[in-house]
Design a binder for this molecule. Structure first.
Ligand SMILES: NC(=O)c1ccc[n+]([C@@H]2O[C@H](COP(=O)([O-])OP(=O)(O)OC[C@H]3O[C@@H](n4cnc5c(N)ncnc54)[C@H](OP(=O)(O)O)[C@@H]3O)[C@@H](O)[C@H]2O)c1
Length: 271
C-alpha cells in the first residue's frame, strides 16, 4: 500500500469544533490539507475555518450536523458531494462519555452515546468507502480510546462504544488494505479537552487523576506519526501505552476490578 500523501487532499473531521478534532484540523492544515469541518456548533466551526484559512491558506467547508442522528451521519457523503468536494481522509472523532452508576444514567443519553461514538463512524465508513475504492485509495482515522481495551465499570457504555470502534478499525485496517485504504484507531488515555465537562460528571476528571493527562496537540502529533508508519492502532502518551500493555497480561476479571476501583465511587477515609 502506498502511504497517504496529505498535500492538496481533503480531510473531513467530525467533532472539529474543539479538543482533539480541532488539533487534527490545525495539524492536517499544516500538512497541506483542505478541510471539511463537522460538528453541531456552527459559530465555533466558522471561526476555526477562518483561522485555518489565514494561518495555512487551506480551503475549508463547514457542515453543521448532529451525528447522533444516523440519517445525518450517513447523509454526510451526499452533502460533501453536493458541495463539489470529496473526502480523502476521514477523522471520525466526535464523541462523548457518560460516567457514574449505570442505574443513574439516562437511557436516552446512553443511546445517543452509542449512536454518536459507534454507529456514526460505521455509517460514515459505509457512505464514504465506496467512493474511496472507486478512486483507488483513501484513509480513515477513528478516535477510539484506551477505554476500548478493557471493560470500564461506571463508564460501561462508553468503554463498549470504544471497544466496538477499536475492533471495527482493526478489522477494516486489514480488510481495506488491498483497496489502498489506510485505517487506524487512536486510543488515548486522558487528554486535556472539554471531554470531562461534556460528560456531565463532576467526578470523572478526579477518577482519572492518577493517569497523566496529555495535550490534544501531542495526542494528534503522535497519532499522525503512527499513521505515517501504517500502524492499525496508536496509544498516544508513554504512561498510558505502558498501562494498556501491562493490562494484556492480567486476568480479565482482575483488570475489570482495577478499572472499577479507578472509575467507581471513592470510599470515604475514616478516623
Ligand atoms: N479527552 C479525553 O480524555 C479522551 C480520551 C480518549 C478518547 N477521547 C475521544 O476523543 C474524541 C474527541 O473528544 P475530545 O476529548 O476532543 O472532547 P471535546 O473537546 O468535548 O470534543 C468533542 C467534539 O465532538 C463534537 N460532538 C459532540 N456531540 C456531537 C454530535 N451529536 N454531533 C456532532 N458532533 C458532536 C463536539 O462538537 P459540538 O458540541 O459542537 O457538536 C466536539 O467538537 C471523542 O470521541 C472522545 O471519546 C477523548
Amino acid at each position: 500500500m502506498t502511504r497517504f500523501d496529505y498535500r492538496e487532499k481533503t480531510a473531513l473531521i467530525t467533532g472539529a469544533s474543539s479538543g482533539i478534532g480541532e488539533a487534527f484540523a490545525h495539524q492536517l492544515a499544516a500538512r497541506g490539507m483542505h478541510l471539511i469541518l463537522v460538528a453541531r456548533s456552527q459559530d465555533k466551526l466558522l471561526s476555526l475555518a477562518d483561522a485555518l484559512g489565514r494561518e495555512h491558506g487551506c480551503r475549508t467547508k463547514v457542515l453543521v450536523a448532529d451525528l447522533s442522528d444516523p440519517d445525518q451521519a450517513s447523509g454526510l457523503a451526499d452533502r460533501v458531494k453536493s458541495a463539489g468536494l470529496q473526502a480523502d481522509l476521514i477523522i471520525n472523532n466526535a464523541g462523548f462519555g457518560t460516567h457514574g452508576r449505570f442505574t443513574r444514567q439516562s437511557a436516552a443519553q446512553e443511546r445517543r452515546e452509542v449512536l454518536l461514538n459507534a454507529l456514526a463512524p460505521l455509517e460514515i465508513a459505509h457512505a464514504f468507502v465506496p467512493g474511496m475504492v472507486e478512486r483507488g485509495g483513501g484513509a480513515i482515522i477513528n478516535v477510539a480510546s484506551s477505554a476500548g481495551f478493557q471493560a470500564t465499570p461506571y463508564m460501561s457504555t462508553y468503554g463498549a462504544t470504544k471497544a466496538f470502534l477499536l475492533h471495527l478499525s482493526e478489522g477494516l485496517w486489514a480488510e481495506l488494505e488491498p483497496d489502498n485504504i489506510q485505517v487506524m484507531a487512536v486510543c488515548p488515555g486522558p487528554v486535556a479537552t472539554n471531554f470531562f465537562e461534556a460528560s456531565g460528571s463532576p467526578t470523572l476528571k478526579k477518577a482519572l487523576s492518577t493517569t497523566p493527562m496529555i495535550s490534544a496537540e501531542r495526542c494528534v502529533r503522535e497519532s499522525l506519526e503512527a499513521f505515517d508508519k501504517g500502524r492499525p492502532v496508536v496509544v498516544p502518551g508513554l504512561s498510558i501505552k505502558l498501562m494498556t500493555q501491562s493490562g494484556r497480561f492480567m486476568p480479565r476479571a482482575l483488570l475489570t476490578k482495577i478499572s472499577a476501583r479507578m472509575l467507581g465511587p471513592k470510599k470515604r477515609k475514616t478516623g
